[in-house]
Write a protein that binds this ligand. Structure first.
Ligand code: ADP
Length: 465
């Protein structure tokens, strides 16, 4: 085009140069042609420029496309590399659940080579027949929602026919418009874990069965024991009744014997010599002891057979303690025991059976005096507390070893080292009486440092009875 233009220009110049006078039309025509050529030059320049730009852009696009293709190829390579080296079986399926990729691990897990699955099997084809249909439906429901899933346990049939449990997780593969292309995921062989779990379940079941059997056995034995216990209770009641009757029978002859002894000692049936007096005195002492034992046994059998009824009344316990101490004044004197009292000056009213409460305090005081050595000390403390009264009696006797602190409240339990006279019934009676009043009784003692017997008893002032 450029060459043609210059050729024409040269020809026109020759015409101009050869002709002195050019007609007007020709010169106008030449001007038009000149313009046309100039315009054509501009257009051609523009065209060449835009052609140059387009080809540059094209080259740029081609190189970008190549880069993108390279990146995709690399990423696929990486995926395969990861997939092929992973411990799990990595797979891809299309939107119809047909395998499009399976990492080689599948052969170890299910016995199939990847090429036996890719393009040939649906993912649900490997499920055990009894679960297949249900799981197929479940899979397509997930596909429809394009949802992800994890820890989906499924049972599969290995190529050799054995059952393999897999734990599956997967996520959808979507195109740029969000259409489902398929799924990509991983499977872990959990057969071993599942078996262990099943074994654990079996063991647990066995254990449960064993426990049930044990419970049944315990129930049976408890029922048997209840019957035996009932029988024992009946026997115990019969024994208590018997003891009560016998004791009762004992009391009147003992009382008569005592009366005769007193008459004899008073000289009512004639004078007696000192030797006989001593013998009679010794008999009287034994009769007294026997009477005490019988009366204690009578008390305990009455309480234990439930025959006893509390005759509750308003009692000033502070006054009651004073009275009991007065009657024992001589005992203190005889053994030169010093008495310390820590009692409030106001009256302390409680609602209790006065005679029984008296018996408790006497039993505790008798023991304290009995076990305190000559010139020892006894402290009595009374505390008026909210809702209850606390009584403490502290002696300077031998104390009670820890292992006996509960036993001594059982019938006939005596500390073997103790040689003092007694029946072993004083404390059990005291405990029964305190129990009847819904109180508590216990001993605090350190061997060799004296004993402190304590009881608390509710005041029960509002009780109507
Ligand atoms: P007992 O008639 O033998 O005193 P108790 O039931 O009153 O019967 O007491 C039971 C035993 O508890 C006593 O034999 C004695 O060994 C021990 N005991 C009770 N009180 C005291 C005490 N204050 N100090 C040391 N031992 C005691």
């Amino acid at each position: 085009m450029g060459e043609l233009h210059s050729l024409l220009k040269r020809q026109l110049k020759k015409i101009y140069d050869g002709v002195d006078l050019v007609p007007k039309e020709i010169s106008e025509l030449v001007a038009v042609i000149n313009n046309a050529y100039q315009q054509a030059d501009i257009d051609r320049g523009l065209l060449e420029r835009s052609l140059e730009i387009s080809s540059q852009e094209l080259l740029q696009n081609i190189s970008e496309l190549k880069q993108a293709e390279e990146a995709q190829r690399k990423s696929e390579e990486r995926f395969k590399q990861v997939a092929e080296n992973a411990g799990e079986w990595i797979w891809e399926v299309d939107a119809n659940a047909v395998y499009t990729y399976a990492s080689p691990v599948v052969e170890k897990i299910l016995g199939y080579k990847p090429e036996e699955l890719v393009g040939k099997k649906h993912c649900f084809d490997l499920f055990t027949p009894e679960t297949r249909e249900e799981l197929r439906k479940a899979i397509f429901e997930i596909f429809a929602k394009k949802g992800s899933f994890i820890r989906f346990i499924n049972s599969n049939v290995h190529k050799n026919g054995s059952i393999v449990f897999l734990e599956t997780g997967g996520c959808p593969i979507l195109d740029v418009k969000g259409n489902l292309l398929g799924y990509r995921g991983a499977d872990t062989d959990v057969t071993e874990r599942k078996r262990t779990e099943e074994e654990k379940d079996k063991l647990y079941e066995e254990l449960m069965k064993y426990r049930l059997r044990l419970e049944e056995l315990v129930k049976e034995r408890t029922a048997e024991l209840t019957i035996v216990n009932q029988k024992l209770k009946e026997m115990d009641k019969r024994k208590s009744d018997f003891v009560a009757n016998v004791s009762h029978e004992f009391l009147s002859p003992l009382a008569t014997s005592k009366q005769y002894l007193e008459l004899l000692l008073d000289g009512a049936v004639g004078k007696i010599g000192s030797k006989r007096r001593d013998r009679l005195k010794s008999i009287e002492k034994n009769v007294d002891r026997l009477a005490r034992l019988v009366s204690n046994m009578l008390d305990i059998s009455k309480i234990e057979s439930g025959k006893i009824e509390l005759k509750k009344e308003s009692v000033d316990i502070r006054h009651l303690v004073e009275e009991i101490l007065m009657t024992n004044k001589n005992e203190f004197k005889k053994k030169q025991i010093s008495l310390k009292k820590d009692t409030p000056s106001d009256i302390i009213s409680i609602f209790a059976d006065k005679d029984m409460l008296t018996e408790v305090i006497i039993n505790l005081l008798d023991n304290a005096i009995k076990y305190t050595p000559d010139k020892g000390a006894i402290t009595i403390k009374l505390e008026d507390k909210a809702g209850e009264v606390r009584f403490e009696i502290w002696d300077s006797g031998p104390g009670i070893p820890q292992e006996y602190s509960e036993k001594i409240f059982d019938k006939f339990e005596r500390i073997t080292a103790e040689q003092k006279e007694g029946t072993g019934l004083g404390l059990p009676i005291a405990k029964d009486i305190i129990d009847l009043h819904k109180g508590k009784i216990w001993v605090e003692s350190r061997d060799g440092k004296g004993s402190k017997f304590i009881f608390t008893i509710p005041k029960n002032l509002k009780e109507p009875k």
